[in-house]
Ligand binder design. Sequence first.
Ligand code: SF4
Length: 351
Amino acid sequence: MDGEKESLMERVVMVEEDVMLPGMNAASEEAARSEEDLFPDVRETLLEVKDLAISFVQYSKGLRQRTVSPIVDLNLIVDVGEVVAVVGESGSGKSLLAHSILGILPSNARVTGEINYDGRALTPERVKELRGREITFVPQSVQFLNPLMRVGAQIPAKGKDKRERKKKVRSVFERYRLPAGTEKKFPYQLSGGMARRVLVASATVGGARLIVADEPTPGLDEAAIREALGHLRELADEGRAVMLISHDLEQALGISDRVAVFYAGTTLEEARADDFNGDGCDLRHPYTRALWKALPSNGFLAIPGNQPTPDNLPPGCLFSPRCQMATEECFSVKPHKRDLRGGWVRCHHAA
Ligand code: SF4
């Protein structure tokens, strides 16, 4: 690929490689939208993930095959104008969900369930059309910036000529307080905070409607974290939808409307951000309450045990080996998703 034309989004795809969302219906191509037409009569729900499961066939010891299922049962809805946080331990499936929304799963992934965007299936063809335009990504690592390209050239701004394109890049850089001349710098010449702002600028320059931010704050100091998260909140308040992946519940709660709690590839609960209060009694799932109580400000109570690995999932409730409320039923029967007190939960005994 011509280096000067390699935008950040293209680089994200190159880094993650192999677009694939098998098991989904074909749909017609999405018409290109002008920036002014972005938010007319948008449906309330922009992204819907329904009963998503992802498995990989792996070869071990010669030709012996085994199937590993890191995503078992994910459900999530992100509405226009809101930030939905996806929280959970490392290995719970958060980043894999982001990759499946963006259509950048490895080619050996097997996917079932649905991902719908703006009311229609997000097919591989459709996601290819929308990625980098309506659906953008703020990646975990600033290494997604091409180290050999000036950062201005990595911003996917469109314009009728070079001058207009440059003007758009400058305008979005100004919005994120990136001083004049930043465009001409290489990534290694930027501070961590500036590189993060370039990533956010890149995700918003084309008028994205859905922003998927995957742990956008590692390595930043407190002020830079507040700033980066504040930008995401602003984007939602402008009428976009933001899915924020984070392992830091406290940070995520600072800007989120709702929180989806992931555990071993399954969504255990979806709660409103204001359900996280006091002793956690408004929360529905014992694991969510345990996460809340594990925060330094809430007692720093460690959760005993470990999250199960994809090749060793318990037969009943995934949290049963660690749950103090577990009964006989919990060890053998999987709890189904059910609505409860304005959210939903997967737990036999949540009330
Ligand atoms: S289903 Fe049982 S083991 Fe699982 S979280 Fe609920 S009470 Fe605990």
